[in-house]
Design a protein around this ligand. Structure first.
Ligand SMILES: Cc1cc2nc3c(=O)[nH]c(=O)nc-3n(C[C@H](O)[C@H](O)[C@H](O)COP(=O)(O)OP(=O)(O)OC[C@H]3O[C@@H](n4cnc5c(N)ncnc54)[C@H](O)[C@@H]3O)c2cc1C
Length: 465
């Protein structure tokens, strides 16, 4: 390559000849690849993924796939455009050498890059006792193969399903079981389902919703052990309150682990909550220095957010993967004055027990909640979360059309309680404590987490019981 004369030439040259490598061939990886080509990047593009499949959607896995409506292998992500790339599927990246700019693969090969995108997402946390986790009938849900196996187990009509952990995915699975008329017990260490993500007030509503649909819900208890029969099939669970549950399918829904182990020794700020990066997706090293050639997007990224005191925000949400990937792709092939920030207001949806739950903002940043519209009794309402007189998040149950209204208020740092919109107001509109579990109280880890100001935060700890 000859030395480019001007900055514009530098960009043109990189777009034509630079080598970009993406690790992680899923939602963020695919959308970044498409966006890179949209940005005019025509150089060599390599996409490396350890799953053998082309990128697929995960949200339907805990919904339509488990119900048996959609086969697990019909979840392929739609392509937004043709992507000319060297796809290396079924092979894991095992190391990163930033000095020589090479990615090491499990095959022993090295793949050189000029710019690298880390999009390795998360994986399901396994049951902590390996012998119990290996029993037939014990499942987790993260991948297409997991969903296919679990769907088959549900189709065989087990006598009872036990779900350990009542976060969003655990609760969605419980809902599917009830729709299929399969008896289900949900065990949650926290005081209610969804309590880690939405607090105790909403958690109580979710708990009642589960019980009304026939879920045997046990909160404030843990599963101490899983017992199998002589054939190695799970048959019962012992609970911390000395009770026993007979079940022939157990699904552990214990949250996720960021896929960062392969970055060990790379000097990047990677840890429990993912890889620290700036709001433009450039990875930090362990000293808090931003890198020029390594970028991060999707579930594995954590970046500071202006609306939340510049704390690093870790998000396991579909929108975050898509929009983060687009921003990062733009920044990878443009120069500093044109950089864009990824300052998405977190948003989430979940379908369970016939109700569409949506949230916007970071509920856990709030300490109070106020019901703004609708009726809790009818389970169609909008509620806002506040902190120090400012609205920071909102949640809706079957009231999603109002979410945009609350999103705008949050983005403008609007007052809390916010001015009541329109009609359909609940009788009681007094703010009350949102009842998030105190730090250290065991419960499901929320999908949106404010992880402090340290780019290489490593303090987090997981206690399985
Ligand atoms: C069952 C389920 C239901 C969900 N429902 C919703 C929902 O209703 N709403 C919502 O907003 N979000 C939902 N999500 C979350 C959403 O799917 C994720 O936010 C999204 O998949 C993140 O995309 P990603 O590309 O960052 O990570 P991932 O989808 O996790 O992809 C990362 C990819 O990288 C691969 N990889 C990891 N390590 C390596 C390595 N060393 N080398 C090569 N490849 C590697 C992984 O195997 C994976 O294929 C759900 C997730 C699950 C599992």
């Amino acid at each position: 390559m000859s030395v480019p004369a001007t900055v514009a030439e530098l960009v043109r040259d990189f777009k034509a000849n630079g080598r970009i490598v993406i690790i992680g061939a899923s939602l963020a990886g695919l959308r970044a690849a498409e966006a890179l080509r949209d940005e005019g990047f025509s150089g060599p593009l390599t996409i490396i993924g350890d799953e053998p499949y082309e990128p697929y959607e995960r949200p339907p896995l805990s919904k339509q796939v488990l119900k048996g409506w959609v086969p697990a292998d019909h979840t392929k992500l739609p392509r937004l455009r043709e992507v000319d790339a060297d796809w290396r599927l079924g092979v894991a990246a095992t190391g990163l050498d930033r000095m020589t700019r090479n990615v090491h693969l499990a095959t022993g090969e090295q793949v050189p890059y000029d710019r690298l995108l880390i999009a390795t997402g998360t994986r399901a946390r396994q049951w902590p006792n390996p012998a119990e986790a290996a029993l037939d009938g014990v499942y987790t849900l993260r991948s297409r193969d997991d969903a296919a196996r679990l769907q088959q187990a549900l189709a065989a009509r087990p006598s009872r399903v036990l779900i350990i952990g009542a976060g969003f995915i655990g609760s969605e699975m419980a809902s599917v079981c009830r729709e299929l008329d399969i008896p289900v017990t949900v065990v949650e260490r926290g005081s209610a389902p969804l309590v880690g993500a939405l607090g105790g007030v909403i958690g109580e509503i979710a708990a009642q919703m589960q019980r009304d649909h026939g879920v045997d819900l046990r909160c404030g208890v843990g599963v101490s052990s899983l017992d199998g029969d002589a054939g190695g099939h799970v048959r019962r669970a012992q609970l911390s309150d000395d009770t026993t549950i007979e079940a022939d399918v157990v699904v552990t829904s214990l949250g996720s682990i960021r896929n960062v182990e392969w970055l060990e020794g790379s000097g990047l700020a990677s840890g429990f909550w993912g890889v620290g990066c700036d709001a433009g997706g450039r990875a930090f090293d362990i000293n808090g220095v931003v890198t020029d050639s390594v970028y991060v997007a999707g579930d594995v990224a954590r970046s500071p957010h202006v609306l939340y005191e510049y704390q690093f925000l870790a998000m396991e949400h579909w929108d975050n993967a898509v929009l983060g990937a687009e921003v990062v792709a733009h920044n990878m092939v443009n120069l500093e004055p044109d950089y864009r920030p990824h300052l998405l207001l977190p948003g989430f949806w979940s379908g369970q027990f016939g109700v569409n739950i949506k949230s916007v903002g970071v509920p856990t940043f709030g300490d109070e909640i106020v019901f703004m519209q609708g009726s809790v009794k009818e389970r169609r309402f909008a509620a806002a979360y506040g902190r120090r007189g400012r609205i920071v998040a909102a949640v809706t149950f079957d009231h999603g059309r109002w979410l945009e209204h609350y999103a705008q208020l949050i983005e403008q740092s609007g007052p809390f309680p916010p001015p009541p919109p329109g009609w359909d107001r609940p009788d009681d509109m007094k703010p009350i404590p949102a009842e998030f579990p105190a730090p250290g109280v065991p419960t499901a880890i929320p999908d949106v987490v404010l992880t402090g100001h340290d780019p290489s935060e490593r303090r987090a700890e997981f206690r399985p019981r």
